[in-house]
Each structure stands twice: as structure tokens, then as C-alpha cells.
Design a protein around this ligand. Sequence first.
Ligand code: FES
Ligand SMILES: [Fe+2]
Length: 375
Amino acid sequence: MPELDSPQRQMPDSLMLTGFWYRALPADRVHRNRLQKAMLLEIPLVIGRDRMGHPFALRDACPHRGMPLNCGKFDGENIECSYHGWTFDAHNGQCQHIPSLTADQNLKVERIYAGSYPCEEQDDFVWVYMPDPGPPGAGFSEPQEAPDAAPQVEKFGVSGNEKYKLAYLTADMPVSIDHGIIGLMDPAHGPFVHQAWWWRSRHSIHEKKKNFEPIPNGFRMSAHTPSSNSAPYKLLRWYAAADSITTTIDFVLPNLRRETIRAGKYWFSSLTTVTPITRNQCRIDVVAAWNIFRWMPFGAELLKFVFAKFVEQDRRTMELQAEGLQHNPHLMLIDDADRPAKWYFQLKAAHLEAKRTGGEMKHPMTGPVTLKWRS
Ligand code: FES
Ligand SMILES: [Fe+2]
């Protein structure tokens, strides 16, 4: 790809990628024997938990005549559609019963399916695997299997009764998946959007230099010692009595941002996702796990408070940005501060191209790259 000195003009395609796991809902919003609506990639879903507490996800439209299944009755095992009473197995969507059939009518009920999706609970969220669109034949397709397990927050060597804390935060953003993601990886907005006396002021802007390297389906900001101009890091160094603190930030398609901070035997790790809900709407979910400051009363609350502030600042910014984007949907991406955004678009394009041709994905980065910017 040629590197130009003039900014790159780019239209976000806002394409939502299938063939990946997505966070559908916080797990504490999904209750046993109850049905909950959700939407992912413009597909309406009904999510629930069976009697045993295992989550499931079905397309929220009856294969008969489209009635939303969330309006139906759920007995902890099967969902009965509220229109004509067809019932479906909540996990695999297979039709169990059609009340209008007479004894001599031999329609093969078991060959009818309400679309069902692989569903897993992981670190406070219910995840749903969104498969590539299958061949047409609505209502007759058996459920697909997910090729892998849902992503997890990394917990370093936690085993048995080693303790750590976990907390989540979620915020709706009125922008497309692309803006949500590049907003998340954008290093230059910090001093303007995230000012706070305990964090940093815009006068603390200085030049930064970070190393990036390609990783499968994404890129990594290589292990580095975080900038010393923020108070929390100073505190951490003192607390962990560690001479080195390293942080790594990974971005991996379709929407995963992993950040890890390690100081001696202590660690803090987060998995942030930007989930496409519709073409113009996404949701940011942050789940963090840590063994630092675990003794601290209200540690989780304090952390949530801090994160909530950041996320709210981002949300407010994107809300305003959405107004402007209605009139100027083009992006102008400059080097080096917007290079991660360029990589994101290139990764997405390379992924789609590999899928189209059935070949290997050609990673847009050929090796390590150092980026410089002021922030
Ligand atoms: S629409 Fe669901 S049973 Fe008829
Ligand atoms: Fe931000």
C-alpha cells in the first residue's frame, strides 16, 4: 500500500463481519425461564436461559409467519409461539409441535427449525456466534456449530482458588461499528476528550513513540512501559514494588481490544468489544479482571467509576460526531496518529478478500512498525 503524505480520504463501509462471536447481553440481564430481546448485526434475537441456567439464542422471528418469539411462552425448555402455538426447542430451534395438524397430516415437524445460534456465557456476558449467512431455505436449516469458543478476558495463571476481581461496563454508541472501533484505538483524542485532574491535562501533551507488530487478524502495541505522566501508573509502580510495568494492547478482528498491564505478580487485564447492533449503532462493552488492589474495599466500584467516566466521555463525543457525520461521512486519516485506523480498514478488507477467494488472509503489515504522535 503506498504511503502518501496527504491524508487518506476514506469512506467507512460499516460492514458488519459475520463468522465471529459477539457479546449479546450482560449475563445478569438474562434470567432463567425468561425471554429477553437483543439485536446483533441487524438480526433480532431472543435470548434466555433454560431451567438449568444455560443460555440460548434464537432468531426472534417464528419460521411460520414471523411472529417475534420473545412474545411467546417459555417453559424452561421449549418456546411456544404466541400466534399459532408452534413450539421450538430453545437450544437448537427444532420444531417440536404444530397444534393445527390433524392425525392424518404427516408434515415432518422435526425438519422445521427456528434459526438458532451458538451461545456461551463468558466473563459476565452472554456471547452469540453469528455465522456466515447460510444458503436460503429459511426454516429448514439446522443450527451451525461455532468453530471455536467465545473469547475470554485473559487471567494470568489464575488457577483453583487464586483470587481475582471482575467487573463490566456497557455503553450504547449512536455510530457505526467502524467509528466505534477507530474511536477506541485512536491515540490522539485523549488529551481533548479525557481530561481529568487525576488523569492528565491537555498541557501534558508530549511526543510518544510506540512499536506495533502484526498478530493474526490484528496488531499489537508491543509491551512497553506506560507513560509516566499519569498518576495511576505512579501509584501502581509504588504498590507493586515492581521496577517495570509493562502494558500490551492488542486489536483483533472483528472488534476485540485486549489490554494487559503487568507489574511483578500483579496484573490487570481487560477485553473491550465494540458490537455492531445496527448499521448506525454499536455498543462498547468493557470487561476487566485484576488481582491488583484486590483488598481494596470498593475497588471494583472505583474502577467502574473511572471507566464509566472515560466511556461516557467517548459516548458523548460519538453522539456529537454522529451529527456531523450525517453531513460529512468521509474520514481523513493522517499519519501516524490514524495509522491504527488505517490498519483496521485494511485488515477488514484483507479478511473479506480472503473469504471471497478462499485463500490465506494477506496481512496488511509486513513487520514491526514504529509510530510517533503527540498526545
Ligand atoms: S407465526 Fe409462529 S406459529 Fe404462526
Ligand atoms: Fe476514548
